[in-house]
Design a protein around this ligand. Structure first.
Ligand code: UDP
Length: 142
């Protein structure tokens, strides 16, 4: 399996519910390493740019409202097949469809308010990591 990096966001609902540690712990227990980490309040422009692929969809404005409703934790996760493994840990977008024991099954409220984000491809991961982190903010960890 290739060593990969992926961008993860603990969304405002999960931060509000005091779940930062619980979610970070799932990444670590799964063997993914946190190689960059920060807590930030997204501006509307930042949220719109991050989710640019969804511009024009009916849920877009609500998504931007939600993602700017409070601070988020953004982290870069590193490990074998990290992109797919993080998506597996998160579960399906809609918590009603998410496998038992996944982050979204346990913590998401709805298809919109769903606790976590994870890059869905190597191309997205590269774009999304660079969206939030300078190269010097990402650490090599063996
Ligand atoms: N979303 C929403 N309504 C929808 C689909 C998506 O509010 O019908 C939001 C939700 O927060 C989701 C994000 O838009 O996580 C991005 O959607 P995507 O389909 O890329 O899902 P993800 O990759 O986050 O599982």
């Amino acid at each position: 399996m290739p060593e990969q990096q992926t961008l993860s966001i603990i969304k405002p609902d999960a931060v509000r519910k005091n779940l930062i540690g619980a979610i970070e712990s799932r990444f670590e227990q799964a063997g993914l390493k946190i190689v960059a980490l920060k807590m930030i309040q997204l501006s509307r422009a930042q949220a719109e740019g991050f989710y640019a692929e969804h511009q024009g969809k009916p849920f877009f404005e609500g998504l931007v409202d939600f993602m700017t409703s409070g601070p988020v934790c953004v982290q870069v996760l590193s490990g074998d097949n990290a992109i797919t493994r993080n998506r597996e840990l998160m579960g399906a977008t809609n918590p009603e469809e998410a496998a038992p024991g996944t982050i979204r099954a346990d913590y998401a409220e709805s298809v919109s308010i769903n606790a976590a984000h994870g890059s869905d491809s190597p191309e997205s991961a590269a774009r999304e990591i660079a969206y939030f982190f300078e190269p010097g903010e990402i650490f090599a960890r063996s």
